[in-house]
Design a protein around this ligand. Structure first.
Ligand SMILES: Cc1cc2nc3c(=O)[nH]c(=O)nc-3n(C[C@H](O)[C@H](O)[C@H](O)COP(=O)(O)OP(=O)(O)OC[C@H]3O[C@@H](n4cnc5c(N)ncnc54)[C@H](O)[C@@H]3O)c2cc1C
Length: 386
């Protein structure tokens, strides 16, 4: 068993750490949170030039073909600097490139992958609907009816991250109403500018620099060649895409935990009370120790998932655990971070309030902690509780 990174992996980490210190410094990240609903194009162009969007995409499509462990190193650094930037940089790979690689035709791969690598195409995943996200099979209403060489989509999606800037929407639709729902879903590549699509922003508490939206589909025509994978097999195909997404979400929570920890630690070393730094009080030391324990725990589990992924082994249960452990670490870091900073934690000009708002998003998206626990419990052979 070897926990050490290779020289090449250490180089990746150093490269991204330095890049993020320069391009995602704390002032810039604060500015993004206050002024942006998506990371600015010039920032994304710099990440594309560094090869970030193509990190895990095979070399034949212009990517670097890196491993999931390598990818984790990259996104640990970006997520620690800015969770919103991390989402903006990663979304097109996670929701565009990955499904295309898993289910796409060679023509779809040739058309889209090189452009995603170059940062020229932005993607979003349109799965969740107003009637629910956890029970998506029960809630989905959006249909795509085949008419000649077109699918005609009607319906509504809710909570779609980044859709307002997306060029393409990986859209999950009902293509057969007459069978059990999981056997009647398909995935379509939808050009976000197609007539009949209306995208409206939804205001939210945290991660301001990466907005969410509702989407209305009103007789939206999509060519049949935009079917991704097999018709009516979309549900099963999507599951292979959503597991790696849980590694990505865990890394976002890890980034928040690490960033909040550093911020609180620096504050505790400088703030004075009763003639001492507040970091000399044992209870605050314990707060920081507790954050560090949970964060290290999360980090180890996330990298184990990445290692299992690279080894071609199952990691579905571990990644559900990692998602929860990382969420808990970020929650603890943000909550104790606020305690450590006293009144200043509550001030908008300090970063802790951002972590306190941001961590919450990861608790229920893409899967809620409750549902992740259901999945873990079922893996013990216990009956489905719902
Ligand atoms: C900021 C944000 C960004 C998002 N980005 C995207 C995106 O890009 N694309 C996309 O498709 N979706 C996205 N989502 C949707 C997200 O995946 C859903 O919010 C999530 O699946 C939960 O669904 P819900 O909000 O409808 O809650 P519900 O499904 O209504 O659940 C409400 C509560 O009930 C609990 N619950 C439900 N069923 C059970 C059960 N069987 N056992 C125990 N507890 C249960 C849940 O855990 C939760 O606590 C996003 C959501 C948000 C808020």
């Amino acid at each position: 068993m070897d926990f050490a990174f290779t020289d090449e992996q250490n180089l990746i980490r150093e490269t991204y750490r330095e890049f993020c210190q320069k391009e995602l410094n704390p002032e810039y990240v604060r500015w993004m949170d206050e002024n942006c609903d998506y990371p600015p194009d010039d920032l994304l162009e710099k990440f594309a030039a560094l090869g970030t969007m193509g990190a895990t995409i095979p070399e034949q499509y212009g990517g670097s073909g890196l491993s999931m462990v390598d990818n984790c190193i990259i996104y640990e650094e970006i997520g620690t600097a800015s969770v919103a930037a991390s989402m903006g940089v990663g979304i097109s790979t996670t929701f565009g490139a990955k499904p295309i690689l898993e289910m796409g035709t060679e023509a779809q791969k040739q058309k889209h992958l090189p452009r995603i690598v170059e940062g020229k195409e932005k993607w979003a995943l349109a799965l969740t609907e107003p009637a629910g996200g956890t029970d998506i099979l029960g809630a989905i209403r959006t249909t795509a009816e085949k008419k000649g060489d077109r699918y005609v989509i009607n319906g509504q999606k809710l909570w779609i991250s980044g859709a307002h800037k997306a060029d393409y929407l990986t859209t999950v639709v009902i293509t057969d109403k007459n069978v059990e729902r999981k056997n009647g879903l398909s995935v379509l590549i939808v050009d976000a500018k197609t007539p009949g699509i209306t995208i409206r922003p939804v205001k939210k508490l945290g991660v301001h620099a990466f907005g969410v939206n509702e989407i209305f589909f009103d007789d939206v025509e999509v060519p049949v060649e935009n079917l991704l994978g097999k018709e009516n097999k979309g549900w099963y195909q999507l599951l292979t895409t959503l597991n790696p997404e849980r590694i990505s979400t865990s890394l976002l929570s890890l980034g928040i935990a690490k960033s909040a920890f550093e911020y609180a630690l620096n504050y505790a070393k400088e703030r004075m009370a009763f003639g001492k730094t507040i970091g000399s009080f044992q209870i605050l030391q314990h707060y920081l120790a507790d954050i560090a324990i949970e964060t290290e725990n999360a980090r180890n589990l996330i990298y184990k998932c990445a290692w299992l992924y690279d080894a071609g082994q199952r990691y579905d249960v571990e990644v559900s655990m990692a998602k929860i452990v990382a969420c808990r670490a970020s929650e603890l870091a943000a909550r104790y971070g606020m305690e450590i900073m006293g009144g200043f934690g509550f001030a908008m000009e300090y970063d802790m309030q951002r972590h306190f708002r941001d961590y919450k998003q990861m608790m229920f998206s893409p899967i809620s902690d409750e549902m992740a626990k259901n999945y873990i419990a079922q893996s013990f052979g216990l009956p489905k509780s719902y």
